[in-house]
Design a protein. Structure first.
Length: 320
């Protein structure tokens, strides 16, 4: 018994590819070695800075408060965000390994997007923390107990998981017809979907909807909380109280700008900026994986006097 050639072709096309070949940044292959230098330095800075922040927050009991516990969560999310993508990008730039198995690619995509959504959720929680601290200071200790902070952390993970888990099945259902070359430095949802030889409308709409309903809603709610915070600050009679209130929010506002600006710029240019060169899309996609994790610890250490003092004290003691 011999199977019909058409049936064989259909069965073969429905199979998932054993691996993908990631090509890095298309059009800039000759510059891969040079691009690896800032990528590597930024990644080392991100890992080093976030580990220092985590170490200091865990070690210093005086920092075991909601604001700093949220900051510790942010540091963990930053480490996962950068570590899920940058090592493979460096491997591609250095021509060590450009191949990634199908399941490893899905795993990388899942953790990269999961950590991004989790970080967005944590930033929203931090905005609400600042709102309560400034607008309802007498209720702060009753609203933000340690159990509430722990539940918010678990909710951030659960929300991210629920948003990203369906994408694994949306990608596994697609036939890829031997299309295995991906012009990117890491695996992301639409990058994988576009290799399929089938209709990917569901993937496109799901990706668009989840972006608007998770980070999109978060940035709107953060904006509302800051409008209310500013309104409360301007009502304060004391100039010192105004400066103190603005000071506590300035570092968080900087981090929000650093996180959402490259991410949303990358998202909208990827979908609507068809005239923008492909290598610019890839560079932007890498930028929001690297820039916030690198700069967040620096911003909080420079802007927050207490963290700055604790970092100095911990490393002064360590050096003794």
């Amino acid at each position: 018994f011999r199977s019909h050639p058409m049936m064989t072709a259909v069965n073969h096309s429905s199979l998932q590819p054993p691996s993908f070949l990631l090509m890095g940044i298309p059009g800039l292959e000759d510059l891969h070695i040079w691009l690896s230098v800032p990528f590597c330095l930024m990644y080392i800075s991100a890992v080093f800075g976030n580990f220092i922040l985590l170490f200091v927050i865990v070690k210093e009991r005086s920092l075991h408060e909601p604001m700093y516990l949220f900051l510790a969560m942010l540091a963990v999310a930053d480490l996962v965000l950068s570590s899920s993508t940058v090592p493979k990008a460096l491997s591609i730039f250095w021509s060590l390994s450009k191949e990634m198995s199908f399941h490893a690619c899905l795993t990388q995509m899942f953790f990269a997007h999961l950590s991004f959504i989790a970080e967005s959720t944590i930033l929203l929680a931090m905005a609400f923390d600042r709102y309560v601290a400034i607008c309802n200071p007498l209720r702060y200790t009753t609203v933000f107990t340690r159990s509430v902070v722990a539940k918010i952390g678990l909710a951030a993970i659960a929300r991210s998981f629920c948003v990203m888990f369906p994408t694994i099945f949306l990608l596994r259902r697609l036939p890829y017809c031997r299309h295995t070359v991906m012009p990117h430095t890491y695996c992301e949802h639409m990058g994988i979907a576009r290799l399929a030889c089938a209709d990917i409308s569901i993937n496109i709409w799901y990706g668009f909807a989840t972006t608007l309903l998770s980070p999109g809603v978060d940035i709107v709610l953060i904006g509302v909380s800051y409008v209310l915070i500013l309104r409360a600050v301007f009502r304060l009679s004391s100039k010192d109280a105004k400066l103190k209130a603005v000071g506590t929010c300035s570092s968080h506002a900087c981090v929000i700008c650093l996180f959402y600006t490259p991410a949303f710029f990358s998202f909208f240019t990827h979908r609507f900026g068809h005239g923008i060169p492909h290598h610019v899309h890839i560079l932007l996609a890498n930028l929001y994986m690297l820039l916030p994790p690198m700069l967040n610890p620096i911003v909080y250490t420079v802007k927050n006097k207490l963290i700055r003092e604790k970092v100095s004290r911990v490393f002064f003691r360590t050096g003794q």
